[in-house]
Design a protein around this ligand. Structure first.
Ligand SMILES: [Zn+2]
Length: 377
């Protein structure tokens, strides 16, 4: 007959009594010894967990008791010397204690984790009602960014940017006027209009970027497809619409079979890309010495959409740029055969295009270096 003895240990969970003693008679010597060891380790582990102060302590306790080199494992190694039945009994006890300790460790770990998290949140609390810190940031001047934008549109249409040495700001009358078919008695040559360099006869501050056309055609064989951005100078009285220097972007396309249709296609596409949408344009007959035929390109007023307003002077149209087919005299002058090649040229004012796009009503704002104005763009 089997006898059942129950001895109550203070640190021993009820389920372990049931598991260990309920079904068996007196255990053998080794079984008792191992059981006692397990119980001792269990008590000591529980006490350690009770006294733990941090997640770090919990990790160390887990390492001390439950790791591969931990105390439980070294006891489990002794299981192999027991009888099969004892192995089952002591093994089950060891597993139960292990599970129990894991649960206690997790509970304590979660407690510390929550506590440490709360402390950290309290310590690192951010006051989102405080106003932000202003960090000044440099950026390109509106004229620079507008120039870059226009140039990149033409680059996407297959134009390349002329190298700076072919587009000098200090120029000779020869390139600024003569080679561009400007007659000797043309009023643009007058000192009233053009700045001449003192003490250097025939040297001017260029009044247009068109001289770059001549330089590039002298240096390069067709096909030529370039844009030349740069500063130009005119002897103007300064007012809201005019300054004595401003910026232009010159374009030139020379190849076989280039027609006015190509010119219209390229410039209409430019308008669409620059103003962000296709809008009505018109090519109005005009005159420039270096193009024939010549035209001014108007775009429907971006403010009133053709109704007529202050910006467009009631006409519903805005003048954007001058253009035309390169004059035969100009081609002959640089040694390009006009019977083989043809081409078009155009020139636009960067200030004017920026004023129209960003509704700037005074050209002087670009040059006053007033940060309140510049920071808006
Ligand atoms: Zn208008």
């Amino acid at each position: 007959m089997r006898k059942v003895i129950i001895i109550l240990f203070s640190n021993y969970p009820l389920q372990l009594y049931i598991l260990t003693f309920s079904r068996y008679h007196f255990p053998k010597g080794e079984r008792i010894e191992m059981k006692t060891q397990l119980e001792n380790i269990y008590s000591s582990a529980k006490a350690d967990i009770e006294n733990a102060k941090s997640i770090n302590d919990i990790d160390e306790i887990r390492l001390k008791y439950l790791s591969r080199k931990g105390e439980f494992n070294s006891i489990k190694k002794g299981l192999k010397d027991l009888s099969d039945e004892d192995k089952r009994i002591v093994g089950a006890l060891a597993n139960q204690i292990t599970q129990d300790l894991e649960a206690l460790l997790k509970e304590k770990h979660d407690l510390f984790y929550q506590k440490e998290l709360n402390e950290k949140l309290q310590k690192d609390r951010i006051d989102i009602t405080l106003s932000g810190k202003y960090i000044p940031q440099g950026k390109a001047h509106l004229l620079t960014s507008t120039t870059n934008e226009i140039v990149s549109i033409f680059q996407n249409l297959g134009f390349s940017v002329i190298s700076p040495e072919l587009s000098p700001e200090v120029e000779t009358e020869y390139y600024n006027f003569d080679m561009l078919n400007v007659p000797k008695d043309h009023p643009a040559r007058d000192v009233q209009d053009t700045f001449y360099v003192k003490g250097m006869p025939g040297v001017v501050l260029r009044s247009q970027t068109s001289g770059a056309q001549i330089h590039v055609m002298e240096n390069q064989k067709p096909p030529i497809k370039v844009v030349a951005p740069g500063r130009v100078y005119r002897n103007e009285n300064i007012n809201a619409r005019k300054n004595n220097f401003f910026h232009q972007i010159e374009g030139l396309y020379i190849d076989k079979d280039i027609t006015f249709g190509d010119l219209k296609g390229v410039l209409n596409e430019f308008i669409r890309l620059y103003f962000g949408a296709a809008r009505p344009t018109r090519f109005r007959s005009s005159f420039f010495p270096f193009t024939e035929p010549s035209a001014e390109l108007d775009v429907q007023c971006i403010m009133c959409h053709g109704e007529g307003c202050r910006i467009c002077g009631g006409t519903g149209w805005l003048e954007i740029l001058g253009c035309g087919m390169v004059d035969v005299n100009v081609l002959n002058g640089v040694g390009i055969d006009p019977d083989v090649y043809s081409g078009f040229a155009f020139g636009m004012g960067v200030e004017r295009l920026a004023m129209l796009k960003y509704a700037v009503d005074d050209i002087r704002l670009f040059f006053n270096n007033d940060k309140r104005f510049l920071e808006q763009f």
